[in-house]
Design a protein. Structure first.
Length: 67
């Protein structure tokens, strides 16, 4: 099943600190993973890289299905 990424958003952690992060979840499955970062720039870069990894994996699977 494909994976879904949400946009970067702030999350308040138990100690009261607010950190940016994004959700990574397999479609129609629970739970999700929410990596948190020290700033929005790092969170956005990490999300973009994760999206590239997921897109690459989808492309590889599609090529293998066509073979």
């Amino acid at each position: 099943m494909p994976w879904k990424l949400t946009t970067v958003a702030d999350t308040q952690v138990p100690n009261g600190q607010i950190l940016p992060g994004f959700n990574l979840q397999q479609e129609r499955k629970s739970p999700s993973v929410r990596p948190l970062f020290e700033d929005t720039t790092k969170a956005s870069k990490a999300r973009d890289l994760m999206q590239q990894i997921l897109d690459s994996e989808i492309a590889q699977r599609f090529r293998s299905l066509k073979s």
